[in-house]
Each structure stands twice: as structure tokens, then as C-alpha cells.
Design a protein around this ligand. Structure first.
Ligand SMILES: [Zn+2]
Length: 453
């Protein structure tokens, strides 16, 4: 037996049939056909995705296959430089054009502007990092028409291949700004599994919302006739089952479990490329996380998007279950938009922007009456449909905990009173109709929020 045999055994992971990029390759190559329409899904802008136990030694070959022009530059922060950036820069022979951002960089406009200056002369930008570094690179290169790619250092969120960048405006409001998708996204599972545990816990939280977001999105479609596509769930469903079964392995940083998590994040991201909207994985629960990021200020515990989404998913699941558990449908009244109260919590500038969004989905008296009629007409049907999608909250909580995620606001380190404010008011921020809107317009949201935190 060779000396390497034990290592090989340790490395032997139960890969998906067809390998880590099974199904993903089909989508990238335009071969995936929707069983619902018989039509091939449009090819996403990202051309190549690699996921492997290790990509060490393959960096140059992966980038070369993207057929890019001009000199390369590598962008990392201090942590991701140590985790993988130095290795990638060396492999790509770009040491002189590496940008290592100091401290904890933020995805905001001044940081993007400064980064742009430092990337002068580069034709293609290789991000080495997770959310912030990737968002900055996508945003900066989209602005001046350069291309970018990313070596992921953590399985912390599902936006690697998205064409938008989550950026903070000077007002403090975080919004999705148009950017572009990276040409290549590369996932070295050994590197990713070695990232701080809270990163993978965040990624798991970002995936946990799937059933909750689907119920919100489906309800909005059934009751308001808004657009809905089943395809993102067809893409991610089977892998989500495999990933959930390995939640504890994610918490322990096991490579195999992290591999299924990475696949879940990638497939969710490709769902956005397919539908052109993020609704399939971003409804009421994401809004709560968003409210925290925008308005916690000094109370923000420094938690990641996905950690907050995990907790908020449990909250939204409870709100949905409480409403859908009723034999008789709730009755909504006209939406009351209290702009003075919004201005007190959000500041006048952001409150005005949010009120504008909120008005788009607000019911007047006639709208509320029509909604109640529709709800009454399909209540048993809607309950049954949502019940088929729902995962019991206790199952979700158990998995999130096993994956190392916080399950309450207090565990996040967030003031429970502020968290309740976020649950109570997050739906005011965006024109996506969720069960929080029904609860609010039916006068139930105060009561349902009281137990949260
Ligand atoms: Zn998310």
C-alpha cells in the first residue's frame, strides 16, 4: 500500500453522480431543457464553473480557458489573500498587479472608486474572496467594460454568478446595482472548507430560505397574478435534499458536505440567471436581513447576510405557518403607510424611497376587498399548495443549528427589540408581496412579531 493511500481515502467524497458540476455544466452549455416547457434554458453569462476537492495547480488553465484579453490583476482582502490569493497570483504570474484591500473592506461606492484606480492597466480582474470582494470586482469591471472571474474562498452566499452587486449607497441603503456576471467562478473545496465556520453557516442560511421564499412567491402569484417560475426549484431541489442531509457536516467543515453546499449556492445563483429576478430565493426573509443591514447602525453585530437570512427564514416560516394554519382566511384592510413613523426609523431620505416602493403593492379599500374575495375563494386550495412546499420550522431550525448557524436574533448578537422592529417593518422596503404583508394588512403582524427575537 502506498504511503498516500490513507490520504486518498480521506479525500474520497461521495460526489454527486456525474461529478460536482453535474447539471451545472448542462445549464452553462445551454443543454438543460425545462421539463415544464420543453424549452432549453437560456445560457447564463458565466461560461465556466469548476468545483473540485482541490484546484491547486489548475488556476492558470482555468483562467486561460476563458479566452480573455489583456493583463490580469488579482484582487483580495488580507484574509482571502492568505487563504488563496497569494497562490492564485503566483499561479497566474500577476504578483505585481495584485491588489490586497486592507482591513475589512466594504462594498460601497468610495471603495469601488478607489479600487478602480488601482486596477488601471488590467484587462481582466480575478477576484479571490467571497461576497464583498466579488461584488466590488463585478461592479468595477462592469462599469468600464472589463471582464472578471472569481476564485471563491467561502460558501457564504449565493451571489457568485449573479449579474448584480450588492452595494451600499451614501445614505446607508444597500441596494442591488447592475454589474455583470463573472466569466468564470471557481470553487476549491479544501480552501472553502477551511474558511471560518460562520461563513458556511451563512451560506446554509442563505439556502434555507428556499421553501419560505417559494411559499411567499407562490402566494403572490396565486393571489395577485405576479410572475412565477418553477424552474429554479427544479434545478436546486434534489441537491438541496443532499445538502440538508449533510447539515452537521457543513458545521464541522467537512469537504463533502461543503461541496453540496457550494452546489446549492451555485444552482440558486443560476436560477437568478434563468428567471432574471431573485424572487425564488429572496422574499420576506431576505427583506428582514436587508432591514437589519440598512438600519441597525451601531447595533449591527457584524453578522453576515446569510446568518441573518437563516434566522429570518425561521421567523417567516413561523409567520406563514401561523396564517396558513387557520381554517378561515385572514381578512385584510387597506394598507396603512405611516410615513412619519418610517421617517423616524429610516431617516427621511430612505423612508421616502421605501414609501414609494411600498405604495406599489399597497391595497386601497377596493383592492383589499378584491383580495379578500380571492383569498376566500381559494383558501383551502392555497393552504394545501403551500403545505406541499413547506418544511416544518423545527426541521429547519434543527438543520440550521447543525450547520453552525444562529437560530435566534439573540444568538446573532442582535438586540431582540430591534429584530422585532425589522420583522414588523421590513416589508415596507420593497415591492414584493409576502406573508408579512398579509399579516400586516390583516392586523396580525404585531402579535406574530411579539414572540420573535
Ligand atoms: Zn441571499
Amino acid at each position: 500500500m502506498s504511503a498516500e493511500a490513507p490520504l486518498d481515502i480521506v479525500r474520497q467524497t461521495a460526489r454527486p453522480v456525474g461529478g460536482w458540476t453535474a447539471l451545472i455544466d448542462e445549464i452553462l452549455e445551454g443543454r438543460w431543457v425545462s421539463p415544464l416547457t420543453g424549452q432549453p434554458a437560456p445560457r447564463p453569462a458565466t461560461r465556466a464553473i469548476a468545483i473540485d476537492e482541490s484546484l491547486d495547480g489548475r488556476e492558470a488553465e482555468l483562467i486561460a480557458a476563458l479566452e480573455i484579453e489583456g493583463p490580469l490583476a488579482v484582487v483580495a482582502d488580507e484574509n482571502t489573500w492568505e487563504a488563496m490569493g497569494r497562490r492564485v497570483a503566483r499561479a497566474l504570474e500577476v504578483d505585481g498587479r495584485s491588489v490586497v484591500l486592507n482591513g475589512r473592506p466594504h462594498a460601497d461606492l468610495p471603495t469601488a472608486e478607489a479600487l478602480k484606480e488601482r486596477l488601471n492597466g488590467a484587462g481582466h480582474v480575478v477576484a479571490v474572496g467571497s461576497g464583498t470582494i466579488n461584488d466590488l470586482c463585478k461592479y468595477v469591471t462592469a462599469e468600464d467594460g472589463r471582464s472578471c472571474s472569481v476564485f471563491a474562498t467561502a460558501a457564504s452566499m449565493d451571489g457568485y454568478t449573479s449579474s448584480t452587486a450588492s452595494m451600499a449607497l451614501p445614505s446607508g441603503l444597500k441596494i442591488s446595482l447592475p454589474a455583470h456576471a463573472p466569466r468564470g467562478a471557481f470553487f476549491d473545496l479544501e480552501v472553502i472548507a477551511a474558511a471560518p465556520p460562520r461563513m458556511a453557516a451563512a451560506g446554509f442560511g442563505d439556502c434555507l430560505c428556499s421553501s419560505v421564499a417559494r411559499i411567499d412567491w407562490w402566494m403572490s402569484h396565486r393571489l395577485l397574478g405576479t410572475f412565477f417560475l418553477e424552474e429554479p426549484y427544479l434545478l436546486s431541489g434534489a441537491n438541496d435534499v443532499e445538502m440538508s442531509a449533510r447539515a452537521a457536516g457543513i458545521g464541522r467543515g467537512e469537504i463533502e458536505a461543503v461541496g453540496y453546499l457550494v452546489r446549492a449556492l451555485v444552482l440558486s445563483g443560476l436560477g437568478v440567471a434563468l428567471t432574471k429576478v431573485s424572487n425564488h430565493g429572496s422574499m420576506g426573509e431576505h427583506q428582514i436581513s436587508h432591514y437589519i443591514d440598512c438600519f441597525a447602525g451601531a447595533r449591527h453585530p457584524g453578522t453576515l447576510h446569510g446568518q441573518q437570512v437563516g434566522v429570518a427564514s425561521l421567523t417567516m416560516a413561523r409567520i406563514q405557518a401561523a396564517i396558513l394554519g387557520r381554517e378561515t382566511p385572514p381578512e385584510v384592510g387597506p394598507t396603512r403607510i405611516d410615513e412619519a413613523d418610517m421617517a423616524r426609523r429610516m431617516g427621511p431620505e430612505i423612508a421616502a424611497q421605501c414609501a414609494q416602493e411600498y405604495r406599489k403593492k399597497a391595497f386601497d379599500a377596493a383592492g383589499a376587498a378584491a383580495f379578500n374575495d380571492r383569498l376566500a375563494g381559494m383558501w383551502p386550495e392555497l393552504r394545501a399548495e403551500c403545505a406541499r412546499i413547506a418544511i416544518p420550522v423545527e426541521t429547519m431550525r434543527h438543520e440550521l443549528q447543525a450547520a453552525g448557524g444562529a437560530t435566534t436574533a439573540a444568538e446573532l448578537g442582535l438586540d431582540p427589540a430591534f429584530y422585532r422592529e425589522a420583522v414588523r417593518h421590513a416589508h415596507e422596503m420593497r415591492n414584493r408581496f409576502s406573508f408579512a404583508d398579509i399579516a400586516c394588512d390583516a392586523g396580525l403582524l404585531d402579535e406574530l412579531t411579539a414572540a420573535e427575537g
